[in-house]
Design a binder for this molecule. Structure first.
Ligand code: TXA
Ligand code: MG
Length: 341
């Protein structure tokens, strides 16, 4: 099938395709999503199929307003307060659903569902024109880094979906924070741009424990158990307190060349003045954690375009605030592996 690229002024064409049951990728402030109307079972199943996603991993229901949520979940004071503070924005809220209001293929058979109002005028208009929420996992092949540009989506899903609404690169770059309000205390199931300190003044202390899900355990967010974000090369995380240049020089004595390097501008500047700079292939994370969050997935994808790179050294950061979300994704990309001297 031909995958059409739509500009924001062509939203009504994209909405028409969605209403016909086709799949259309949409932009958000975090990553691109893979959209289908929430009430069409065949379309929702096609989303799993296009991504190669396990069918027990539920989808986020994207809405154009808080009001749209209350067709599927009972009104909830904490949820309303969070929506008021952070929507539209990178916060996904899990709520118990009204029985039978959503297809089991949307919820993975759970009695809860994830709701999100993305901060993208184009996508809010798309949902409004479609007239019904759209499900939207990240629009990548399952297991690969999430897409932060329409080109990334095309790379993974071109030919498999009807369209992509292109509104340029995403701004946050990491997927939304997922907060579970179906449990007490509320729990962050996936860290993101909005952190526990942002949420606490509104709903009180939240659970933030990041635990690793065992094979026989039912995870709180089913997506947590799967391999994620992994490029073909092995990623090794260099801890923030380690000397990055020394790590690269040491790794060059062990690994195949070129060695992949995913690092901040300052670290790259130091490396470029070192003797072995011609034996490395670099991708910049920019100047700070904000740019690093924006660029992480594009960087991981960059090395997939250079299959001669077998090992990537990637810059670690302090695990607080946005750094917690960055490290959560990077740890998964690395399969938990850190650079060792
Ligand atoms: O930023 C984002 O959230 C992006 C954009 C496109 O909105 N979407 C996204 O969707 O990251 P996805 O499907 O890749 O991640 C959704 C996560 C998964 O880990 C899933 O297991 C979890 O949310 N989830 C969905 N419904 C859930 C539920 N009822 N209970 C627990 N976890 C749930
Ligand atoms: Mg995803």
């Amino acid at each position: 099938m031909e995958t059409k690229i739509f500009k924001p002024q062509e939203i009504s064409q994209a909405a028409a395709l969605l209403r016909q049951g086709e799949l259309v990728s949409f932009p958000t402030e975090t990553v691109y999503g893979l959209g289908a109307v929430v009430n069409n079972e065949a379309s929702v199943k096609a989303v799993y199929q296009a991504k190669g996603r396990p069918s027990d991993n539920p989808l986020i229901v994207h809405v154009d307003s808080p009001d749209m949520v209350w067709h599927y979940a009972a009104k909830n004071a904490d949820a309303l307060a969070l929506m008021k503070a952070f929507w539209p924005g990178p916060l996904t809220i899990i709520l118990p659903i009204l029985p039978g209001s959503l297809l089991p293929c949307v919820t993975g058979g759970l009695q809860t569902a994830a709701f999100r109002m993305p901060n993208s005028p184009a996508t809010l208009a798309l949902i409004r024109e479609t007239g019904i929420p759209i499900v939207g996992p990240s629009a990548n092949t399952s297991g690969k880094p999430s897409p932060t540009t329409a080109q990334h989506v095309y790379h993974d899903l071109g030919g498999k979906i009807a369209g992509i609404l292109d509104d340029g690169p995403t701004k946050v770059g990491l997927e939304s924070t997922v907060i579970d309000l179906s449990v007490k205390p509320a729990a962050i199931l996936r860290p993101g741009y909005i952190n526990a300190d942002d949420l606490a003044p509104i709903i009180g202390a939240v659970e933030t424990e990041q635990h690793h899900v065992k094979a026989n355990e039912v995870p709180k967010a089913p997506g947590m158990k799967y391999k994620h974000y992994a490029p073909s090369a092995q990623v090794l995380i260099v801890r923030q307190q380690q000397d990055f240049t020394a790590a690269v020089q040491n790794e060059l004595t062990k690994a195949d060349r070129p060695l992949g390097v995913l690092a901040f501008d300052q670290q790259l500047a130091q490396l470029n003045s070192s003797a072995n700079s011609h034996q490395i292939l670099t991708y910049s994370l920019g100047e700070n954690i904000t740019t690093a969050a924006q660029d992480l997935f594009a960087g991981l994808r960059f090395f997939d375009d250079h299959p001669q790179v077998k090992v990537i050294l990637a810059a670690g950061v302090t695990e607080e605030k946005l750094g917690l979300a960055y490290m959560n994704r990077l740890r998964k990309a690395a399969g938990g592996q850190f650079y060792q001297k």
